[in-house]
Write a protein that binds this ligand. Structure first.
Ligand code: SAM
Length: 287
């Protein structure tokens, strides 16, 4: 089977199988070998690795992964693409295609079966409509995965990696950075895909922490505080916390805790670091 990382081979395959791109599944296939190589390189995939690929599509990145990795398990939701994958991946003995929805897939069972339960590396050109549930599911649940190298919408990549002081800083930044170190690998323009998405894209690498960078005695409270402060971004942090139906604290209790942290009374949530949110959470936990 011809290498797919180029427009000609991809268009030929699509015509041969009469494939229509499913917008509802976020199908934008990569056609740029340079970008594909960059993803494989950034994910640091070697023959000892088992890779979980989310959404193999017609198998473009899967071919690159199969060359580099020990084993590839690829989960694809679109039943119509399964025979196409059988054809494009026929030359590789180390690939398993699983038809299903990644959000309902038992990833631990895949690691048990293909990697002796050891952590896998996740790579994907993600379907953008479910980026956050996929990434947060991989981070929050105790799933055997150590790195996640994925193509996402550029704006989402920015939100995942920035800190206080950026307009993109928010609940997603803090949630991702609580679990992983986030690094930008590359910005990717729309012409690297077929069909072209109408947003810019970026590859981001998330390396899961073995030890969390901050400790909060009550993790759930920490995330309620984060949500409350960004739900009402324009309000002061004290008002955001005082008004939140998810939290039992009054505005005054919040203001006192903010004062104890040494922050100004009118501070907004968007000015706090993850470690300051953890400090606030520990103070309020004792109220
Ligand atoms: N990996 C291919 C590539 O780079 O050319 C295709 C990437 S395309 C952006 C996203 C892929 O994810 C599509 O093949 C789509 O059918 C698949 N997909 C969408 N939702 C999914 C889900 N819930 N579970 C598994 N795969 C899904």
């Amino acid at each position: 089977m011809a290498n797919l990382g180029n427009p000609k081979a991809t268009i030929e395959l699509i015509q041969k199988h009469g494939i229509t791109f499913q917008k509802k599944f976020g199908q934008n296939f990569l056609i740029d070998a340079h970008v594909l190589n960059k993803i494989i390189e950034a994910a640091e995939i070697g023959k000892d690795d088992c890779v979980l690929e989310i959404g193999p599509g017609i198998g473009t990145m899967t071919q690159y992964l199969a060359e580099a990795a020990g084993h590839v398990a690829a989960v694809e939701i679109d039943k119509k693409l399964i025979p196409v994958l059988a054809e494009t991946l026929a030359g590789y003995k180390n690939v398993t295609v699983i038809q299903g929805d990644i959000l309902k897939t038992d990833i631990k069972a895949i690691a048990d079966r293909y990697n002796g339960g050891r952590p896998m590396k996740v790579t994907a050109n993600l379907p953008y409509y479910i980026t956050t549930p996929i990434v947060m599911g991989l981070l929050e649940n105790d799933i055997p995965v150590d790195t996640i190298t994925v193509m996402v919408q550029k704006e989402v990549a920015d939100r995942m990696r920035v800190g206080p002081g950026s307009k993109d800083y928010g609940a997603l930044s803090l949630a991702v950075q609580y679990y992983a170190k986030a690094e930008l690998v590359a910005n990717v323009p729309p012409n690297c895909f077929i069909p072209r998405p109408n947003v810019g894209s970026a590859v981001i690498r998330l390396t899961k922490y073995k030890e969390k960078p901050v400790r909060a005695r009550d993790e759930e409270l920490l995330f309620r505080l984060i949500r409350a402060s960004f739900n009402q971004r324009r309000k002061t942090l004290a008002n955001g916390i005082g008004n939140s139906p998810e939290l039992p604290f009054t505005r005054e209790q919040a203001a006192q805790a903010i004062g104890r942290l040494g922050l100004p009374a009118a501070v907004r949530g968007e000015a706090l670091t993850l470690s300051q949110f953890a400090g606030l959470s520990d103070i309020l936990e004792r109220v």
